[in-house]
Design a protein around this ligand. Structure first.
Ligand code: GAL
Length: 381
């Protein structure tokens, strides 16, 4: 029985901040923080260990072995701890012969590894693409792991990660994956947010229920802190993190926190736990957001529009540029005509207030790297 929810996954992943420096204490204390800070109740449920958790060689029976220096109590005990907190446990492997950080990967071990994961109590598998045999198509490798996961006796969310390579959009849904990384690796700076997000504009038809386009783990709250100097590069302002979170949410990306949740500022908590933004991300129909470019500044200013299951829309007016820009959305671009007396009443998801009903459109001047995120309800005007 498939008990995996059809909306984007939410949780925390160790990679952005900790990379190779992971151990069971980090995982346990992060799970504790998810619960005590209210993140679990806000919807974050998966606690995921990324690369570098195993020994460099498989065991005598060909099994993956958790590194006893990092995980002395073993993976089953860690999973039990995480489950005891009302959370779910995720792990990482790769479709190639080695993982990206050069640990054993699952090529030709798919069924064996899925059984190992199930015996540990794993609920989520991130599945990477490094060291992929050139002669075997990616869709075959993801279908293989899907077959293994679907038959291991435990529901395991299958999170594919091939960075948008090999036209993944065209085949990923057929593999059974629940999400697919559509972008390369994120870095903790605004340039990276802009580059990753813009690379997915126009590709919103490919995301949807049970197979979400994954724009990569969130950098919200990292503030340049990471064991990985390539990711740490720069940091963002709180405003930039809000824009990043708004964009990932409206696009329907999984929301996997990447900062150290044990040391979050109030601003970071407020961003990550904004219920109105999360509700847009978790909307039951899971439609992707399309882009309405600003007519006089189309490269930098735009409104992303996501049709919602209640008949309304989420609208994210964003300015990627370095100078303030006008952003205006004409409602006829989203299907509403004032000649037929239809307009939108707008609720601001960051100030948490209704700002009124509008007939033909809405315009504002948006600060650099900022956005406004609305929930719009169709009204008679
Ligand atoms: C990359 C992947 C990252 C992280 C890393 C681990 O390929 O995109 O998210 O998992 O491998 O080595």
């Amino acid at each position: 029985m498939n008990t995996i929810k059809h909306t984007p996954a939410m949780g925390w992943n160790s990679w952005n901040t900790f990379s190779e420096k992971i151990d069971e204490e980090l995982l346990r204390s992060s799970a504790d923080a998810i619960v005590s800070l209210g993140l679990r109740d806000a919807g974050y449920e998966y606690v995921v260990i990324d690369d570098c958790w195993s020994l460099k060689r498989r065991g005598s029976k060909g099994d993956l072995v958790a590194d006893p220096a990092k995980f002395p109590s073993g993976m089953k005990a860690l999973a039990d701890y995480i489950h005891g907190k009302g959370l779910k446990f995720g792990i990482y492997s790769c479709a190639g012969t080695r993982t990206c950080a050069d640990y054993p990967a699952s090529f030709e071990h798919e069924f064996q590894d899925a059984e190992t994961f199930a015996s540990w109590g794993v609920d989520y598998l991130k599945y990477d693409y490094c060291f992929k045999p050139a002669g075997i198509p990616g869709n075959v490798l993801y279908r293989r792991m899907n077959a293994a996961l679907r038959n291991c006796g435990r529901p395991i969310l299958f999170s594919a990660c091939n960075w948008g390579a090999d036209n993944v959009y065209e085949w990923i849904r057929t593999t059974g994956a629940h999400s697919f990384r559509s972008t390369g690796d994120i870095q903790d700076n605004w340039t990276s947010v802009e580059k990753l997000f813009k690379s997915q504009i126009g590709k919103e038809p490919y995301t949807g229920a049970y197979c979400h386009s994954d724009l990569d783990m969130l950098i919200v709250g990292m503030k340049g802190r990471s064991e990985n100097s390539w990711i740490a590069l720069g940091g963002c302002t709180d405003e930039e993190y809000r824009t990043h979170f708004s964009l990932w949410a409206i696009y329907g990306s999984p929301l996997m926190i990447g900062c150290d949740i044990r040391n979050m500022s109030d601003a970071t908590k407020e961003t990550l736990m904004n219920k109105d933004v999360i509700a847009i991300n978790q909307d039951a129909e899971c439609r992707g957001a399309y882009c309405v470019p600003q007519w006089n500044n189309p490269e930098q200013a735009m409104t992303m529009v996501k049709p919602l299951s209640d008949g309304g829309y989420a609208l994210c007016m964003v300015n990627f540029g370095d100078a303030p820009s006008q952003v205006s959305v004409q409602f006829w671009d989203i299907g509403l005509t004032s000649s037929q007396h239809k307009g939108l009443s707008l609720y601001d998801c960051w100030s948490h207030e209704d700002i009124g009903a509008f007939a033909d459109g809405y315009a504002d001047t948006i600060a650099p790297h900022a956005c406004r995120l609305f929930r719009g309800k169709v009204v008679d005007i």
